[in-house]
Design a protein. Structure first.
Length: 226
């Protein structure tokens, strides 16, 4: 299925301007449901500027109305001009994130050894030489490389990582593992963010009433206490 030219920005606009479900937005934009959840709760790495898919001629208002009326409806993208895509060479990674690549590679090697170097190269956008150097610990900066989730680093998406893991597991005759760690971390972040917003609203109300509301410091223990 065709996807918007700027999926994250499009998802941000749909979250802010429609009542479509996160599942519908994730499906239309080709994102993982948790990525849409993070965008909606402002826990993404950066605040995204929304991109209107109607003005971009990628979606009609009629399709949006259908989706809002039926949460099970799958949005259909308008057929637009063919997009120019890279077919050869590694994936482009912004300069600001390139220094994070070794950490992301190390995380995949440690947590998913069944994924081939070729698949890692495609997923992260790096060379097999770099992957081999990290794998056998001959990389020039190996002392400073710390395994970190490449999704958290913004080097790939959760959907692409899940697909690579599933493909590698199938090729190796293994059962694809179900990794719920990111989901738990994201839920904790969302719960903390909501708690902070609620407290900010209470403080604002107290200030408006002329009261001195003492700031409350939130911890994981206070946020999740029943």
């Amino acid at each position: 299925m065709a996807q918007p030219l700027m999926p994250h920005a499009t998802a941000s606009w749909l979250v802010d301007n429609t009542s479509l479900s996160f599942d519908q937005i994730a499906e239309f934009c080709g994102l993982h449901i948790l990525e849409v959840n993070a965008i909606a709760d402002d826990t993404a790495a950066t605040k995204l500027t929304g991109r209107d898919p109607v003005r971009a001629h990628e979606l009609t208002q009629e399709e949006i109305d259908k989706g809002q009326a039926d949460p099970n409806y799958v949005l259909q993208m308008l057929k637009g001009p063919e997009q120019v895509r890279r077919t050869k060479g590694p994936r482009y990674t912004p300069v600001s994130k390139r220094q994070d690549k070794p950490d992301g590679i190390a995380w995949i090697i440690r947590n998913h050894p069944e994924i081939t170097d070729g698949a890692i190269s495609t997923l992260i956008g790096t060379t097999r030489t770099t992957i081999a150097a990290i794998r056998d610990r001959t990389h020039w900066n190996i002392a400073n490389i710390t395994p970190k989730d490449p999704v958290t680093l913004g080097l790939t998406t959760q959907r692409e990582l899940d697909a690579a893991v599933a493909k590698a597991a199938k090729a190796a005759g293994l059962e694809a593992p179900v990794d719920t760690r990111l989901e738990g971390d994201r839920e904790a972040l969302i719960a903390e963010l909501r708690g902070q917003r609620e407290q900010a609203a209470r403080d604002a109300e107290a200030a408006a009433a002329g009261e001195d509301a003492a700031p409350v410091e939130h911890t994981a223990e206070t946020l999740f206490k029943s």
